[in-house]
Design a protein around this ligand. Structure first.
Ligand code: COA
Length: 174
């Protein structure tokens, strides 16, 4: 509920705001607190160094004023595609998810041009599967570069968690 918020989208269940490095200190401090909490949840021991001056942070704020989603994006030049592996014969969707969660994955060593790197994406556990992450990415795509809408090919995810990989696979349709 900051006086000046950069609102990117409003929905019946909340709104998405964007925080930029040049924003007031109180906003950046809040973003830092949220990032620390997200990093703990993602199991990052020590936050990898990021070039904060170029990051864009999107927050999904619920109607009861809680931060239920966070996405941190940065400018990148290259992405490395996750190598597709043939699934064994799997009958149910449940089995597929279980398989995807267990297995390790590899990525190509061949760099491919990309523009936007999603360094963190996180949704509060009780609010997952309500398209909060999908809506944050949609907003990111239309607001990362002024006047342009990023294609899915121009976005890359940092080393994904099993949840992140399942989400990205579905979102990107790859
Ligand atoms: N298992 C299987 N499919 C999943 C999934 C999961 N855990 N999470 C998302 N998907 C797929 C589904 O197809 C889903 O559509 P559906 O619910 O209609 O089936 C679709 O992606 C869209 O999901 P959405 O509701 O937009 O995602 P979300 O708001 O639940 O957020 C994460 C997804 C990954 C951000 C969330 O699970 C999370 O915060 N996880 C913990 C942090 C984390 O691992 N972050 C990823 C770092 S790379």
């Amino acid at each position: 509920g900051w006086k000046k918020e950069r609102i990117l989208a409003e929905y019946p269940d909340g709104r998405i705001i964007m925080v930029l490095p040049e924003d007031p200190k109180y906003a950046l401090k809040k973003v830092d607190e949220i990032r620390e909490m997200v990093d703990n949840d993602l199991g990052f021991q020590q936050a990898p160094l990021m070039c904060y001056s170029r990051t864009k942070t999107l927050l999904f704020i619920s109607n009861d004023k809680k931060v239920v989603g966070c996405l941190i994006a940065e400018h990148i030049q290259w992405g490395y595609r996750v190598i597709e592996e043939k699934l064994p014969v799997i009958r149910s969707e449940e089995e597929k998810v279980r398989f995807e969660r267990q297995k390790a994955w590899c990525c190509s060593t061949l760099p491919e041009p990309a523009i936007c790197g999603i360094s963190r994406i996180w949704v509060f556990s009780m609010m997952r599967r309500k398209k909060i992450a999908s809506r944050m990415i949609e907003c990111l795509r239309s607001n990362f570069i002024y006047g342009s809408y990023l294609s899915k090919e121009e976005i890359a995810f940092s080393d994904p968690t099993p949840d992140g990989k399942l989400f990205a696979t579905q979102y990107c349709g790859t």
